[in-house]
Design a protein around this ligand. Structure first.
Ligand SMILES: Nc1nc2c(ncn2[C@@H]2O[C@H](COP(=O)(O)OP(=O)(O)OP(=O)(O)O)[C@@H](O)[C@H]2O)c(=O)[nH]1
Ligand SMILES: [Mg+2]
Length: 439
């Protein structure tokens, strides 16, 4: 694969001031020479007229950059062509590169090559993808930390500790017949170290979901009886008219989502169908969806309108926190059972609601910073496997040392998978296919 030279527009299609085309692979230099007539000095911008290799017709005037490998993003010879950002320019340029025998890159292929050439490890590569996808300030920071190798360094520290433990245990195996007392003492030290490391892994696992949540965004669901003012609240939070609002109970039938940036924290708010006894099959599907959303979210805002009688929210499946909010406080004061009274009409209570939601997000999404965040289920599973193997070591110090050494090796490989050090072929396709083309 890597003897092929790939290219892609690294900027989104459409009209823009400039667009950037990237090229990587052994034929890069030749392609730049054919198009621009001259290869610029390494890492120096050169203004060139790009000509079509077949017709000789000028495609565009471009700034051309050449990065000889291995000092490039992918580790191979790379080039960037900064052209004018029009659809026709990109289309013609892509066609010209194709006529030179280069091939369009697959999603994430540049970063995949960088990984294969040891320019970054797997966790850092995931940081690149997350940074591209980051929508809020805290997502950006988390992705950047991962891209800069914070998680990788932690994982590497755990791995070398495991390697050390294993070496110690194996040394003990070699000297096993030199006296039982010494053997017992060394074993205890190894078991103590394994216990300490196991604690560290568990601590990281406790925070694991925090990192994933920050990456995916916190989920808040607005639920309540028909006409409680759910859709009105969604529109108010979003600052635009997303959901239909009407005085007819049962207006909203489907779940509607909006992504919000709550002081740097990513939040998805979902408006749902009003809950009430109903024989209408469509309305019931909507209510089932509402309950499913409530069961899978972090926080339910249970809305109550004045005079609705029932005050307590139903018991939702899942583990969401539930806040009761009294709506339409411009009409009647909030009952004491409500956490907060709001009015979309006058704006009463809305600032406080946003503050409370922000505080909730902070509490759920902040890791405290001692342990680098695990941002994917893949990381969590690997770490859980390592922790489980270490636990077997701690629980069974009387097991034959060969068995203990094997468990430590299992833990070492599990941890190594996070940074992509061991048998990761199977996950590479899955990880890089989620990148955008040109990255
Ligand atoms: N006075 C007053 N009326 C409100 C307020 N919020 C919503 N309403 C009105 O209450 C009615 C129902 O509002 P919706 O937002 O559609 O209620 P809903 O909970 O989404 O209702 P369904 O989709 O039918 O479940 C509409 O006529 C709104 O204008 C408020 O703060 N004060
Ligand atoms: Mg509604």
């Amino acid at each position: 694969m890597q003897d092929q030279t790939i290219f892609a527009m690294a900027t989104p299609p459409g009209r823009s001031a400039i667009a950037v085309c990237r090229i990587s692979g052994p034929a890069t230099r030749g392609a730049v020479l054919r198009l621009a007539g001259r290869v610029p000095a390494p890492r120096q911008a050169q203004l060139s007229r790009l000509a079509h290799p077949l017709s000789g017709e000028t495609i565009d005037e471009a700034v051309v950059l050449f990065f000889p490998g291995p000092r490039s993003y992918t580790g191979e010879d790379c080039a960037e062509l900064q052209v004018h950002g029009g659809r026709a320019v990109s289309r013609t340029l892509i066609e010209a590169l194709g006529s030179l025998g280069l091939r369009p890159a697959e999603p994430g292929e540049f970063t995949r090559r960088a990984f294969l050439n040891d320019k970054l490890d797997l966790a850092e590569a995931e940081g690149v993808a997350d940074l591209v996808d980051a929508e809020t300030e805290f997502q950006r920071r988390q992705a950047l930390r991962q891209l800069e190798g914070r998680l990788s360094r932690q994982v590497e520290a755990w791995r070398s500790e495991l390697i050390r433990l294993r070496a110690q245990l194996e040394a003990e195996l070699d000297f096993a017949d030199e006296g039982d007392v010494a053997e017992l003492m060394i074993s205890n030290i190894i078991i103590d170290d394994a216990r300490q490391l196991s604690r560290e892994l568990h601590l990281a696992l406790q925070h694991a979901r925090t990192g994933e949540r920050l990456r995916d965004g916190l989920r808040i669901v607005i639920a309540g009886a028909p006409n409680a003012g759910k859709s009105t609240l969604l529109n108010t939070l979003a600052g635009r008219d997303i959901a239909i609002v009407s005085e007819h109970p049962g207006t909203t039938r489907d779940a509607l989502e909006v992504h919000l940036d709550l002081g740097g924290y990513p939040v998805t708010v979902t408006d749902t169908a009003g809950l009430r006894p109903s024989d209408d099959p469509i309305e019931r599907i909507g209510m089932d969806r509402a309950l499913a959303h409530a069961a899978a979210c972090d926080l339910v805002l249970w809305l109550l309108e004045p005079g609705s009688g029932a005050t307590a929210p139903p018991v939702f499946a899942g583990s969401a926190e539930v806040w009761t909010l009294a709506t339409k406080c411009d009409i009647a004061p909030a009952p004491a059972s409500a956490k907060l009274g709001i009015s979309a009409t006058t704006g009463i209570g809305l600032d406080r609601l946003e503050c409370e939601m922000q505080a909730f997000a902070r509490q759920r999404l902040e890791t405290g910073g001692e342990v680098p965040a695990l941002t994917r289920e893949r990381h969590r599973q690997a770490l859980a496997a390592a922790a489980a193997a270490l636990e077997r070591v701690v629980a069974g110090p009387r097991l034959p040392p060969e068995v203990l050494a094997e468990e430590i090796r299992v833990a070492q490989n599990a941890v190594g998978r996070i940074a992509g050090r061991v048998d990761v072929e199977d996950v590479l396709g899955e990880i890089f296919s989620r990148f955008c083309i040109g990255k």
